[in-house]
Design a protein around this ligand. Structure first.
Ligand code: SAM
Length: 275
């Protein structure tokens, strides 16, 4: 179990320290993340984002380069004030914890936050993206980042999805994970929500008959995206009144999931986005 002593500073030099082992476990295994409700995010930018957004932080590990970095020291002071245990570690220990040859100078362990279906309040100009069984952590992280960029309200993970708190997914969000609410829903919960959604429910689909540039997207909007290999399940598609398609020429069968999400989002949010 992770050590509970918090709000203090601890030097760690040994790879076999129990906290190092626990952080390794959080990096490597979903089971550890689910059981503890914790996850690892690498880098000073993500630490700053997490602290600014008020996420719970358990540990902040600082490598040698962080000790005379003012931004890292400010983050450490903020984390300590929140009750986190500050870990001063060597580069070798940081490498072992993160399983990387060139680790970041700062690594944080944070408390997961996941909403349920009842926490989702579709109103006003809100826009949510629902992902059906998304498998690729890079796609998921990129979509979370793009939802942040267009001012979306959040991302729903429907069915058996990849772990949003896996290191690769967190890294791909570039910090947006800490600003975009995530919700986990079963398929039936999604269908009930879609049935009572007050604005537009539009799913992207390769068999869609509506050009994605033509609907007026009455708000709030729920944009639904299919799985990377199998697309959107038939019963999920049936729960969505509008099936939109992004035109393609050339030989590609389909667009990458994150690219398709970005293309659709920028059209849907067009009126909210100005330079
Ligand atoms: N073989 C899958 C299929 O038959 O649907 C391809 C899935 S595609 C890689 C992943 C998801 O991206 C799709 O389910 C859809 O949501 C979206 N997508 C990709 N290209 C699209 C396009 N041209 N029009 C509409 N949606 C698209």
């Amino acid at each position: 179990m992770i050590e509970k002593r918090q709000g203090a500073v601890k030097q760690i030099t040994s790879h076999s320290n129990p906290i190092v082992k626990e952080i390794k476990g959080l990096v490597a295994q979903r089971k550890h993340r689910s059981q503890s409700g914790l996850f690892v995010a690498e880098g000073l930018k993500l630490a700053t984002d997490a602290l600014e957004a008020g996420w719970g932080i358990r540990y902040l590990a600082l490598g040698p380069d962080a000790r005379d970095n003012p931004v890292a020291q400010k983050a450490a002071a903020a984390a300590k004030a929140r009750g986190a245990l500050i870990l001063e570690v060597s580069t070798a220990v940081m490498s072992a914890m993160t399983r990387k040859d060139n680790p970041q100078m700062v690594v944080g362990v944070y408390e997961q936050q996941l909403l349920g279906p009842r926490d989702i309040e579709p109103s006003g100009t809100t826009l949510w993206v629902a992902l059906d069984r998304v498998r690729d952590p890079g796609n998921l992280g990129t979509i979370i980042r793009t939802v942040d960029a267009v001012g979306g309200a959040g991302v729903m993970l429907v069915g058996d999805c990849t772990d949003p708190f896996a290191v690769e997914a967190v890294r791909a969000t570039m910090g947006s994970l800490f600003h975009v609410p995530l919700a986990k829903l079963g398929k039936d919960e999604f269908k009930s929500l879609a049935a009572t959604w007050p604005g537009t429910v539009a799913a992207t689909h390769l068999k869609g008959s509506v050009d994605y540039r033509t609907p007026d997207y009455a708000e709030p909007v729920l944009l639904v995206m299919g799985n990377e290999q199998k697309g959107l399940e038939d019963d999920m598609a049936a729960a969505c009144p509008t099936l939109i398609r992004i035109p393609q020429v050339g030989q590609a069968d389909s667009l990458n999931l994150a690219v398709a999400t970005g293309v659709a989002l920028y059209e849907i949010r067009r009126k909210h986005l100005e330079l």
